[in-house]
Design a protein around this ligand. Structure first.
Ligand SMILES: Nc1ncnc2c1ncn2[C@@H]1O[C@H](COP(=O)(O)OP(=O)(O)OP(=O)(O)O)[C@@H](O)[C@H]1O
Length: 578
């Protein structure tokens, strides 16, 4: 307790009274509180008693309930066991049911899938059906419109047909007029083209003919001047002879002259006479040469007129047969007979266009080597070819390459090709000796558009292999075999020509491939010309003599009268080849 100071009792007493008052209040509250608690305790005790009583009642009741429950549990246990038995059964049934359910489920799932697919298809089919329905509707609409359009078109068509009927008459009239005008135009065009071609041909021919004429003129002039010189010479000599004859007569009259002088003069006169006669012979020979030169010009040309023409060069090896027939390919001045003949044939065929003649030419080239016919225009030259003759006397070599030719350039190219393929070899007599007979054939088919006349000519130009004596040729091995084959075929040619000349019943054409091939050209209906080449060397005089003997025999031969292969063109026939 606190006071204002240590001796403040009064304050301390007041504080103490205050505390006592408060304690008394607390004690009263505590007494009151204890009374309440006692009452509460009493109340709880009575409640407890009543509760105990209720509890005992409940316990008794529960005991009864427990007994009842025990009985019930037993009953339930019995039920439980039977239920368990039932449950097991049910479990078994359930498992079986589950299994069948699983199976059914799988089936159902599959069925559902099928159903789903079918449903999808159904949906699609439905959509398609719908689409088709739409299309059908569209088509129906289109069809309807088309039907309407068709009806209108039919109407329009009727109108048009009526108009067409009207117009067709007009058109046919116009067509007729047009056709006649086209015909006129075509013929005018053709005329113009052919006239232009003719003009060009005429120009070139005129130019060529001018040149040829100049050449021939020069040749004829030189021959004439030679002739004149020889004639003048002859006249002078004759005058001399005559004056000598007069002189001799005078001398004979004058006996004062000696006999020796007369003899001298006579010898002089005889020599002059001999010179005269040899010059006469020379004149004759020159005249013959001129005639032959003119004849040669015609011969080749005959093929265009439908004759079978055969020209060949015969002579010992190295004497110039190939040079005569082919010439030097690299020198235009030294062209051979074959290129020159063909140039002339093409030129003449062009010039005959104006007379209505149209020609078709086909060339073939072959060689006969060791009695085997080889195609010189084919790359495949293995195996020999055969000769065939038909009933009309036409010759053909099946399988031989035949080329249509229209110009000299085309033929020159083929000749070069053939020359490269030809069999050549080196002999003692010639560096590049032809070891085969070369046969160039030109088939000429002509038709005259104006007269319908048709001609078929053949020109055979042949470079024979060289004749030679085995002893001179120095041939051995393959060369020897070649030489024997060449000599055999040349002797067959001689036999055939002499058999024809002597009108023998049998002509041995089949003794060699050469004569068999040339059968129709060596026979009576063809024109045949032979060149004989001889070597100027004195050492070759023996061969030259044989060649000239053969030439003399051939020259005296008359194999027959040449016949022209001509006929009228039938309306539907085409050209045939000889
Ligand atoms: N008149 C000529 N002028 C110039 N050269 C010529 C003449 N004649 C022939 N020759 C030449 O002589 C050679 C032999 O001629 P070519 O080959 O024509 O004889 P060939 O008779 O055909 O011989 P083979 O029968 O052996 O084939 C060649 O080189 C040829 O150019």
């Amino acid at each position: 307790m606190k006071g204002k100071n240590k001796n403040d009792y009064k304050g301390k007493s007041e504080q103490m009274s205050e505390y006592i008052k408060k304690l008394r209040t607390c004690i009263r509250w505590l007494i009151e509180r204890e009374d309440g608690n006692l009452m509460e305790q009493e109340k709880i005790r009575s409640m407890l008693e009543s509760e105990e009583k209720r509890h005992a009642d409940n316990e008794a009741k529960l005991k009864g309930d427990i007994e009842g429950l025990k009985a019930k549990i037993e009953e339930l246990q019995g039920q439980h066991e039977s239920m368990q038995e039932l449950f097991r059964k049910e479990e078994f049934d359930k498992n079986a049911a589950i299994k069948s359910y699983e199976e059914e489920k799988a089936v159902r799932i599959a069925a559902e899938k099928t159903r789903d697919a079918l449903s999808e298809e159904l949906v699609k089919a439905g959509q398609e059906a719908k689409h088709l329905d739409d299309q059908i509707k569209v088509h129906e609409a289109t069809n309807k419109r088309l039907q309407e359009y068709n009806t209108s078109l039919q109407q329009y068509n009727c109108t048009l047909q009526a108009e067409v009927a009207k117009n067709s008459e007009t058109i046919s009239k116009l067509n007729e007029e047009k056709n006649s005008m086209m015909g006129t135009m075509t013929s005018l065009r053709n005329n113009m083209t052919s006239m232009k071609t003719q003009l060009d041909n005429y120009r070139s021919l005129q130019h060529e003919a001018g040149k040829q004429k100049e050449d021939l003129k020069r040749e004829v002039d030189s021959l004439r001047s030679d002739l004149q010189l020889i004639r003048d010479d002859r006249d002078t000599q004759l005058a001399q002879v005559q004056s000598l004859v007069v002189e001799i007569a005078n001398l004979r009259e004058l006996t004062g002259k000696s006999a020796t002088e007369v003899e001298k003069t006579m010898t002089k006169a005889n020599a002059l006479e001999e010179t005269c006669s040899s010059q006469r012979e020379r004149i004759q020979a020159l005249l013959q040469e001129l005639a032959i030169a003119k004849e040669k010009l015609k011969l080749v040309q005959s093929a265009l007129d439908g004759y079978k023409v055969c020209i060949f060069a015969y002579g010992q090896t190295g004497s110039g047969k190939t040079y005569t027939m082919m010439g030097m390919t690299d020198s235009p001045q030294q062209k051979g007979l074959i290129p020159r003949s063909l140039e002339q044939i093409f030129q003449t065929s062009q010039s005959k266009l104006s007379q209505g003649w149209k020609y078709k030419m086909q060339a073939s080239m072959l060689e006969i080597y060791n009695e085997t016919i080889r195609d010189l225009l084919s790359s495949n030259r293995s195996g020999g070819l055969d000769v065939k003759h038909d009933t009309n006397g036409n010759t053909c070599v099946p399988g031989l390459t035949v080329v249509d030719v229209c110009s000299i350039n085309e033929v020159s190219y083929l000749l070069q090709q053939a020359a490269q393929s030809r069999s050549v070899g080196k002999t003692h007599m010639n560096e590049e000796s032809s070891r085969s007979h070369f046969v160039f054939t030109l088939r000429i088919s002509g038709v005259n558009e104006n007269t319908d006349q048709q001609v078929q000519g053949i020109l055979n130009l042949i470079d024979l292999a060289g004749s030679e004596r085995l002893s001179r040729s120095g041939a051995t091995g393959d060369r020897l075999k070649e030489t024997q084959a060449i000599n055999k075929s040349l002797s067959s040619l001689r036999d055939v020509i002499f058999a024809i000349a002597n009108r023998k019943e049998h002509v041995p054409y089949r003794n060699s491939k050469l004569t068999h091939l040339l059968q129709s050209c060596l026979g009576g209906e063809s024109k045949t010309l032979m060149f004989v080449n001889i070597s100027p060397e004195a050492s070759s005089s023996g061969e030259s003599f044989c060649s000239l003997q053969f030439a003399t025999g051939v020259n005296s031969c008359e194999i027959g009268i040449a016949r022209r292969q001509t006929q009228m063109r039938s309306s539907d026939s085409r050209l045939s080849y000889g």
